[in-house]
Design a protein around this ligand. Structure first.
Ligand code: PLP
Length: 361
């Protein structure tokens, strides 16, 4: 019981690897147990229908559909936007390109056309303009969709400025290409900006957002857009094996996620800041505090004789989990179930591990 109520999978372990390790809240468990159910492939699960209606309203779109995961949501959206031999124009650091098994290429015959990603997660719009320009040239694969990511995962949870998104949106429209937002953490972006999520999603044609990250639902993502677009996403979801039956069990937790778990993301952001500021004071650690904008803290470890793997192993032995994200970089993510006290504990554990290497000999 303690484990569930604390939101931690393992009692006594401070798991900062990802906001995906969150367990459902007691209110979610309760809602899941009581959910009214039906066959969602027939459109007859009332709880799924309620979630999809609520999501469409919150995201300011005509329609929304529940999918199994963010990966499925992005892929179904890309399949709905384009077809074989067409280009997915996206950033070279984006999740769609790096972590989704090349789905649009493997299953959709699409080409990833990557653009350089700035340190804040934006893509250069002058370069995007060329990539998205319509052309009668038979050599060119036509652009099908332009993708942005907000918050930006590999850039450390950075938030796209609204003015940037607005400019990207009008560029996409000028070029006649739909703008898709990988908004796995778009609610974190909204909370960080202090706006309703709609203020962000109105600037894109389609959006995917995860219920199973900081919002703490056990399973599920949503894809939202126009009626016609969402109808195509439903077909793609079926094609991908994502047509679920009594999915109201999942949707019930999703409703709690959207109604009760958004505002508290502020707490995760404050804890990430606390963690980043503490880490920044430790010898051998470099954190760019400007880029700690939401729940993700990325830092560089530069300690003579201490590899990232050894550092993470030493932390693990002491009950603190973080993740390696390539090179000298380490990632820690705050989330539901992690308190300020946990962050302080993690900081003193890091300090203890480092002190063994930094002490004068
Ligand atoms: C986690 C994530 C996804 C994929 O979500 P899954 O549910 O893990 O498939 C997509 N995009 C971004 C930016 C993410 O962080």
């Amino acid at each position: 019981m303690y484990r569930e109520l604390s939101g931690q999978a393992q009692a006594g372990v401070i798991d900062l690897r990802s906001d995906t390790v969150t367990l459902p809240s007691p209110a979610m468990r309760e809602a899941m147990a009581r959910a009214e159910l039906g066959d969602d492939v027939y459109g007859e699960d009332p709880t799924v229908n309620q979630l999809e209606g609520l999501a469409a309203e919150i995201l300011g779109k005509e329609a929304a559909v529940l999918v199994v995961s963010g990966t499925m949501g992005n892929l179904a959206a890309l399949l709905a936007h384009g077809g074989r031999g067409e280009r997915v124009v996206c950033g070279d650091e984006c999740h769609i390109y790096h972590y989704e098994a090349g789905g649009a290429s493997a299953l959709g015959g699409m080409i990833y056309h990557t653009l350089p990603t700035a340190i804040d997660g934006t893509l250069p719009l002058d370069v995007a303009r060329e990539a998205l320009a319509p052309s009668d040239d038979p050599h060119r694969a036509p652009p099908a969709v332009f993708c942005l990511e907000n918050t930006h995962n590999r850039r450390g949870g950075t938030v796209l400025p609204l003015a940037y998104l607005e400019a990207a949106h009008s560029l996409a429209h000028e070029m006649g290409v739909p703008l898709h937002l990988d908004g796995a953490r778009v609610f974190n972006a909204a909370v960080a900006l202090g706006v309703e999520v709609r203020a962000i999603t109105r600037l894109v044609d389609s959006v995917q957002c995860c219920l199973s990250k900081g919002l703490a639902a056990p399973v599920g993502s949503l894809v939202a857009g126009s009626q016609a677009f969402v109808a195509r996403v439903r077909r793609a979801r079926k094609l991908l094996g994502g047509g679920m039956r009594q999915a109201g069990v999942i949707a019930a937790a999703g409703i709690v996620a959207l109604t009760e778990m958004v505002e508290r993301l502020d707490e995760d952001h404050a804890n990430a800041r606390l963690l980043a500021e503490g880490l920044a004071q430790l010898p051998g650690i470099y954190v760019d505090l400007n880029r700690v904008q939401t729940d993700i803290v990325r830092f560089e470890l530069n300690v003579e004789g201490l590899s990232v793997a050894a550092f993470l192993g030493a932390l693990r032995e002491r009950g603190v989990l973080m993740g390696a994200v390539g090179g000298h970089a380490v990632r820690a993510v705050t989330h539901y179930g992690i308190s300020a006290a946990d962050v302080r504990q993690a900081l003193s554990t890091v300090a203890e591990v480092l002190s063994a290497y930094n002490s004068p000999t």
